[in-house]
Ligand binder design. Structure first.
Ligand code: HEM
Length: 407
């Protein structure tokens, strides 16, 4: 069933969802999703139209098919071995919609898989094997340490000092920065690996549950910019490069699962597991079409790190547990016109459609104990007309030019 709902209904729906998800998380000390997104806004200004993380990006489409090993290792619909359609977004990390493609930082690969039976699975991956926070509260503290204090117009020195002390005591938080410093940006969205970073639990056909992390390995090989290219390539080459490449043939990635060894930390995404851990190729993603310009069907959705319990379930990694609800709140603010009393920055006609029952999965909910009917989750996240890129550019928040790299 498809029905239209108003933006305000989206906001209520997404926030209610976020509250449910937040309530389902196991760690009592987690900041709630509104607090997390408020911390983004404290640094960047109100979220109105674009993502507070990876706002620069482009939308693509393709398909994903599991290998026989993938089908063996997960009972999730996405791994059935049938072809899933894939809505794909490539992004450039940071909070700046005009970020330079030549600058160091991570690139993103976000995917919404849809199985032939209508099951959805979503993920957002980055081109680094680790994240820059091991707990949501530390993530919030990191953001707030950079936020201007309204009283002084500058970051609060005590907050900044407290966060610096935390960083000194937790050196693994710097692993992502060290990886980025050691690895130049890719020459193409098609020539870098993208890691899921967090640990998920895969239930195989044999009933066994195996913790694993994934990486999408580029079939084109890994190719990075030289120091000279980082100076010469300019700020905006990635989108057209991908369009040209896909016009010549599909761009493919192998999805590879990595399994932990003795002593590997399953719940800390700032530490990568050693390279010699067992790996299995579980599927292939093919990118077959790229939007001609900015915008498109990726803009009004969020890639909300779904699980497909019991085939692919979230681990208790607190960062992972915090993500989906924060993405829901962020989505509700940027498509619902922000969280401020000001009017929304775009006023074109747009209609939100939601497919309610047809998305109900055969395998139930999953967040924090399976109490959430999956159909509820898919209530609100498609807007049919593309937001016009002109409207988006016209309404860009001038404060959102920070080069911070929250994700
Ligand atoms: C506490 C941890 C995290 C928080 C609070 C957080 C928050 C967010 C938010 C609010 C968005 C924008 C969502 C939207 O408006 O649609 C976002 C986007 C994104 N995040 Fe995170 N994130 C976290 C961890 C991570 C991690 C570990 C990764 C890497 C695997 C990651 C990768 C991404 C990517 C690739 C996007 C862009 C998604 C897109 O293309 O729509 N994030 N994040």
């Amino acid at each position: 069933m498809t029905r239209s709902i108003r933006p305000s209904a989206l906001r209520v729906g997404a926030v209610a969802l976020a509250v449910l998800l937040g309530a389902a998380t196991p760690a009592a000390a987690q900041p709630d999703p509104e607090t997390i997104v408020n911390a983004f806004e404290a640094v960047l200004g109100p979220i109105r139209t674009h993502r507070p993380s990876h706002p620069k990006g482009l939308c693509a489409a393709g398909h994903f098919t599991a290998t026989p090993d993938g089908t063996r290792l997960s009972v999730a619909p996405v791994f059935s071995g049938q072809r899933n359609t894939a809505l794909i977004r490539f992004g450039v990390a940071g909070a700046n919609p005009n970020a330079s493609d030549s600058a160091r930082g991570t690139r993103g690969l976000s995917i919404r898989f849809e199985s032939p039976s209508g099951d959805l699975f979503e993920m957002a991956n980055i081109s680094a094997p680790v994240f820059g926070a091991m707990h949501p509260q530390a993530f919030v503290d990191g953001l707030l340490s950079r936020a201007n204090d309204p009283a002084t117009g500058r970051p609060n020195p005590e907050r900044a000092a407290a966060y610096a002390t935390y960083l000194a005591a937790n050196p693994s938080v710097g692993n992502q920065g060290r990886y980025i410093a050691a690895n130049a940006p890719p020459v193409s969205f098609a020539t870098t690996p993208y890691w899921g970073v967090n640990t998920f639990l895969f239930r195989g056909q044999d009933g066994q549950v195996r913790p694993a992390r994934w990486v999408f390995e580029p079939r084109a090989g890994v190719m990075r910019l030289t120091a000279e290219q980082m100076q010469s390539m300019g700020a905006n080459f990635l989108a057209d490069e991908l369009r040209r490449r896909v016009a010549a043939g599909p761009v493919e990635f192998d999805m590879v699962l990595q399994f932990p060894g003795q002593g590997d930390d399953l719940l800390n995404p700032t530490i990568a597991w050693p390279d010699d851990r067992p790996r299995t190729v579980v599927g292939r993603l093919a990118v077959t079409a790229v939007e001609a310009g900015p915008g498109g069907p990726c803009d009004p959705i969020s890639f909300m790190i779904l699980d497909q319990a019991p085939g692919i379930e979230m681990s208790d990694d607190p960062i992972l547990q915090a993500r989906a609800a924060a993405y829901a709140v962020s989505l509700s603010r940027r498509v619902g016109g922000g969280n401020s009393p000001d009017p929304p920055p775009f006023s074109g006609t747009w209609e939100l459609t939601a497919e309610v029952s047809s998305r109900t999965t055969s395998n139930g909910g999953g967040f924090g104990g399976g109490v959430l009917p999956r159909s509820y989750f898919f209530l609100a996240f498609t807007i049919t007309p593309s937001l016009s890129s002109a409207a988006i550019s016209a309404s860009l928040n001038p404060r959102a030019t920070s080069t911070s790299r929250p994700c």
